[in-house]
Design a protein around this ligand. Structure first.
Ligand SMILES: Cc1ncc(COP(=O)(O)O)c(C=O)c1O
Length: 418
């Protein structure tokens, strides 16, 4: 019988009998691997470069940019969490996103994306990919896919790219809408791939491949790594989708190094425990914030808040297994109030990034989204009073007290009764 997800993920990619019965996998920092003989070396290299008539090599490693045992072990764990055929790890989330987009886009494979997106992804799509000869189009919503096809006179996309919930304003996209549209419009020689950035919830709370997506992408720096001590990225999908991604990774050179891969593999053993407890803490904090600040001050991917935000909660019901532990809060007093709030926090640390064991807070308008044009910030809902909270594993009462105190300070700055 197939074991359950948490059990499969625990030993994925590693068998103790392969390393002196050590209960945990060794770390292989080697940059290169010894060939048993010249003929095998030639078979490995000629196969890697796709030389016609190359002899099939035995399973083995060549050089760590092409593959490494520790990287392979960590990739097996990500594939286990996503229940995918294969996964690839990268030196950052942006390396995963850019390499995957480059691998599957092309002159005949335009990219369509639906915002809002993480600023780095948005910049890569709007300003970098077009310079590399790709046609990139922003689609207003997934309901507008037919309209977009009409506008491009029937030119099909190669990729539909989206992020849900969006960082930091929590708009949701129904993954299945994109997947069904792509399936209907794909042909045997033009397969449209749906790619979903699942950084904000991660594989425990949202499973895009089960909703019909082809590739799921991560900043593994966030929940997968979960301890603010490594930078990494991930991509999961079918063997075919990942094969091309890994080929591009070999030549763009953005693979994850063995040390970080080992740390990430270790972190993934506790992924579900951290994510569920962080979500529980966020639930306590959100209940308190709805009372203290009023429901309209809050944005989250929890159903209660999605309703207040006017989002379609049937999307969350269909594809999410919870609302996660990210919170957006509109503080009174604009930027001054938001800065006073952030400076008054002591348990939450003032830092960008998210999804870690410790709670973090930041000001998107001047920090993570500083480079986003003012008009786009307004459109996305990133106002000067908006702060982003990533809830960690501290005691929920301490988190509540910290935020309640900071809220009081912000109200004083805004001359509001406290
Ligand atoms: C949703 C999302 N995707 C991608 C990235 C990029 O990841 P990295 O910083 O690991 O390159 C981030 C980083 O904040 C993110 O929040």
């Amino acid at each position: 019988m197939k074991k359950r997800l948490e059990t499969r993920a625990m030993f994925a990619g590693y068998r103790p009998q392969d390393a002196d019965m050590a209960v945990k996998p060794p770390m292989h920092p080697a940059s290169t691997f010894v060939f048993p003989d010249a003929r095998t070396g030639a078979a490995h290299m000629e196969t890697a470069y796709g030389v016609e008539g190359a002899e099939t090599p035995p399973d083995g490693f060549i050089y760590s940019r092409l593959g490494n045992p520790t990287l392979r072990m960590a990739e097996a764990r990500l594939a286990a969490w996503d229940d995918s055929e294969d996964a690839a790890l990268f030196a950052s989330g942006m390396a995963a996103i850019s390499t995957t987009l480059l691998a599957w886009s092309g002159a005949d494979r335009p990219v369509w994306f639906v915002g809002p997106l993480y600023g780095g992804s948005h910049h890569f799509l709007e300003d970098v990919l077009p310079d590399m000869g790709r046609t990139v189009t922003e689609i207003e919503s997934l309901e507008g896919l037919d309209h977009a096809l009409h506008a491009t006179e029937g030119k099909l996309p190669g990729i539909i790219y989206l992020e849900t919930p969006a960082n930091p304003t929590m708009q949701l996209q129904r993954i299945r809408t994109a997947a069904e549209w792509a399936a209907t419009h794909s042909t045997s020689d033009h397969r449209i791939l749906v790619m979903v950035d699942n950084t904000y919830l991660g594989p425990v709370l949202q499973r895009p491949l089960e909703e019909g997506a082809d590739v799921v992408l991560y900043s593994a720096t966030k929940y997968l790594g979960g301890h603010s001590d490594l930078i990494a990225g991930g991509a999961s999908g079918s063997a075919e989708a990942m094969g091309k991604v890994k080929e591009f990774r070999t030549f763009l050179g953005g693979m994850l190094d063995p040390h970080s891969a080992w740390m990430l593999a270790r972190s993934m053993e506790t992924l579900h425990v951290r994510v569920e407890r962080q979500q529980e803490n966020a639930g306590h904090l959100l209940a308190h914030l709805r009372e203290l600040c009023g429901p309209e001050a809050i944005r989250s991917a929890w159903k209660e808040d999605l309703t207040t935000m006017g989002e379609d909660i049937s999307i969350a019901e269909q594809q999410q297994r919870g609302g996660g532990s990210m919170i957006g809060l509109t503080v009174p007093g604009g930027r001054e109030g938001a800065f006073a709030f952030l400076d008054a926090l002591t348990v939450f640390k003032l830092a960008v990034s998210l999804g870690s064991t410790e709670s973090l807070a930041e000001h998107p308008a001047s920090m993570t989204h500083a480079g986003v044009p003012a008009e786009a910030k307004v459109r996305m809902g990133i106002t000067e009073g908006f702060v982003r909270l990533s809830v960690g594993l501290e005691h929920p009462e301490d988190l509540k007290e910290d935020v309640a105190h900071a809220w009081k300070v912000a109200c004083e700055v805004a001359n509001l009764p406290v």
